[in-house]
Ligand binder design. Structure first.
Ligand SMILES: [Zn+2]
Ligand SMILES: [Zn+2]
Length: 175
């Protein structure tokens, strides 16, 4: 018998009230924080934190799927209709799903490697240092912060790549 890899062991998550629960399996991809305006408004906080898993490994284990709200024409957020917890983000046609680290209980092995949309981050909270590879052209876009090219009425800064430079790190504050 071979023990399952700790990175591929199914993980359980859910909302605050327990109505929406899920398991995800497979390799976690690109854990990161995001301070885009959608994440801030939806969460009621300055950042949300995300990690992606293969969509094929997702199981809604409780009362079915969450409620959905489209934040872009082809990208939606999933949330609990009872308690309002934000649990996931999903692009139409995608083969992966982003779930919030908070829905997963902030598993200690999932540490954000960068922060997306630093330009809209609040000035009073330290940002996540960029430990990803900013020049890697294969770095994945994630469902919740990808940028539709056709949204002409956007007034924010979603055309800025989420792997921007770690220019906002303050001297002496690197962790
Ligand atoms: Zn709930
Ligand atoms: Zn975001």
């Amino acid at each position: 018998m071979t023990a399952p890899s700790p990175t591929t062991t199914p993980r359980s998550g859910g909302c605050l009230c327990g109505l929406v629960t899920f398991t995800v399996a497979g390799e976690p991809d690109f854990p990161h924080a995001c301070s885009c305006l959608h994440c801030q408004r939806l969460s009621g906080g300055p950042v949300m934190s995300w990690v992606s898993f293969p969509l094929a490994g997702l199981i809604w284990s409780g009362g079915g799927e969450p409620s959905w709200y489209y934040t872009w024409p082809d990208s939606r957020r999933g949330f609990c209709p009872a308690c309002g917890s934000q649990v996931c983000a999903l692009d139409d046609g995608a083969d992966s799903i982003a779930v919030t680290l908070s829905a997963l209980g902030n598993s200690p092995d999932l540490v954000p490697v960068t922060q997306s949309f630093r330009e809209t981050a609040v000035p009073w909270l330290r940002q996540v240092p960029d430990t990803s590879r900013p020049t890697d052209p294969t770095a994945p876009a994630t469902p919740h912060d990808r940028r539709p090219m056709s949204l002409s009425d956007s007034t924010d800064h979603h055309d800025i790549a989420h792997q921007d430079s770690p220019r906002t790190a303050l001297p002496g504050t690197a962790r």
